[in-house]
Design a protein around this ligand. Structure first.
Ligand SMILES: *[C@@H]1O[C@H](CO)[C@@H](O)[C@H](O)[C@H]1NC(C)=O
Ligand SMILES: *[C@@H]1O[C@H](CO)[C@@H](O)[C@H](O)[C@H]1NC(C)=O
Length: 440
């Protein structure tokens, strides 16, 4: 049961009623959604717009590059702040932050944060290492630092995204991107780059798992699968940041295809309890975002293409061997995180924004409609060749002239435990957290 009412008075506010109903949690009275928070004013210069039926409120500013956000079992907002550590924020009766506390101080932490389903173990990552801590949500303290995964590539893409399936506290998923834009050796999964791996936490060896030689694969040939997302069957989806500055080289000519190609990807990675050794194409096969940008051949959106097809490996070989994404997103928009709504009818994805596209793209939150099939699998409503199988929910005005220092840079997304609102982090130019919610 959940409802909202917008009260327009001297101090406009939205009052909502509902109850948190997380597993094993006590029922909590609803916290209102504030329309502003005392003392929190935007220091950033950009203007945001929310889609019809949506509103947003600035909850916090001045954070150190917030990358991942989560709620603990006591309703505190946990924020992984890159270059600082893990912080916990108490939400007061007005829905605003009343107190903040540093839980783990570690400048190496840069993105990854996960909680066990019971909320009693926290996982955090730096480029080479992932650690676990016993986490006490009542006191917001983390103790007993233990290495769970070590020996990860200390170079290349920085995020080492962590995720624990809601239905399986024994599995830790760790995503590790490529060592550069086109990382040739990463075609071999044994390089342990451009892959997603899973580790059994019930058997963690003393000193932790060695990333490169232990655990099992949840796909390879995944350039940089920053967002790891669970659907209603606890199956894993990944959002991928694809290549930059690509040219297509055929018949002795080289064509710059980079404006709308390759597309960013929403990939189905499947059941994390089972090994998935399928190849998703990187660094050989890329995904067509805009066929007209690759004029030498007739492609559909979502097809796989090579940048330099040759006599032994060509586009047809890509079509046969590479697992294409289930849906594409705008090239260079840089998807970072995603969360489904409560009934799994929509997936919300943060698009961090481009650095190498003119006009710029991203700097927004999108909604991807999903449906449940007769066999109970979930999939996007749009077909794989639909270049716009999503809509914008929150975006920066004048997107085309955005840069990383001038616009919203959305990163982590999480739902309030009562599903009344999302919390969206932005890691630049000013570290911020927004509340994003539906009014109708
Ligand atoms: C053709 O391309 C494939 C994939 O990039 C590469 O492994 C192979 O060496 C190339 N062959 C020739 C003859 O250039
Ligand atoms: C369910 O059906 C879809 C569409 O036919 C198929 O792609 C998917 O693999 C099926 N899922 C399962 C779990 O069988």
């Amino acid at each position: 049961m959940y409802w909202c009412a917008i009260i327009l008075a001297a101090a406009p506010a939205v009052f909502c009623s509902g109850f948190a109903k997380g597993a094993g949690q006590p029922l909590q009275a609803a916290v209102p959604i504030p329309s502003s928070c005392p003392g929190v004013t935007a220091t950033s210069s950009y203007s945001l717009t929310a889609a019809e039926g949506w509103r947003y409120t600035l909850l916090a500013t001045g954070l150190s590059k917030p990358r991942t956000v989560l709620f603990d079992t006591e309703g505190h907002l946990l924020v992984l702040e890159a270059g600082k550590g893990l912080t916990a924020h108490t939400i007061g009766a007005d829905g605003c932050i009343t107190a903040s506390k540093t839980v783990i101080e570690n400048v190496q932490l840069n993105h990854g944060l996960a909680l066990s389903p019971d909320g009693k173990t926290a996982y955090v990552s730096a480029m080479p290492t992932a650690w676990s801590y016993s986490y006490d949500a009542t006191t917001m303290t983390a103790t007993g630092q233990t290495v769970v995964v070590r020996g990860m590539n200390p170079r290349g893409h920085k995020a080492r995204t962590l995720a624990v399936p809601p239905n399986n506290p024994n599995l830790l998923i760790v995503s590790l991107g490529s060592e550069g834009n086109i990382d040739g050796p990463a075609i071999m999964k044994e390089t342990s780059r451009a892959i997603v791996k899973v580790f059994d936490l019930s058997k963690t060896p003393s000193g932790g798992y060695t990333y490169n030689t232990q655990g099992w694969y949840l796909g390879y040939g995944l350039r940089n699968e920053v967002g790891i997302i669970f659907d209603g069957n606890n199956m894993v989806w990944g959002v991928e940041n694809s290549g930059d500055q690509l040219t297509r080289n055929t018949g002795g000519t080289s064509v710059d295809v980079h404006i709308d190609n390759p597309a960013e990807e929403l990939n189905y990675l499947g059941d994390p309890a089972k090994s998935n050794e399928q190849w998703y194409g990187y660094p050989t096969c890329w995904t067509v975002g805009n066929p007209s940008g690759i004029p030498d051949k007739s492609f559909k959106v979502g097809d796989q293409f090579m940048i330099s097809p040759n006599s032994t490996f060509n586009d047809a070989a890509c079509a046969e061997r590479s697992i294409p994404p289930r849906l594409t997103m705008q090239a260079h928009s840089a998807p970072i995180d995603g969360k489904f709504n409560e009934d799994f009818t929509n997936l919300y994805v943060s698009l961090h924004g481009s650095w190498n596209r003119q006009p710029a793209a991203g700097y927004k939150i999108i909604q991807i409609p999903f449906r449940k099939l007769d066999n109970s699998s979930y999939e996007p409503v749009a077909s794989a060749d639909n270049p716009k199988g999503y809509s914008d929910i929150l975006w920066t005005q004048n997107e085309g002239s955005c840069s990383s220092s001038t616009c919203l840079r959305p990163t982590g997304i999480t739902w309030h435990p009562d599903h009344s609102r999302m919390y969206v982090a932005s890691d630049g130019p000013v570290g911020e957290i927004y509340i994003l919610y539906k009014t109708s």
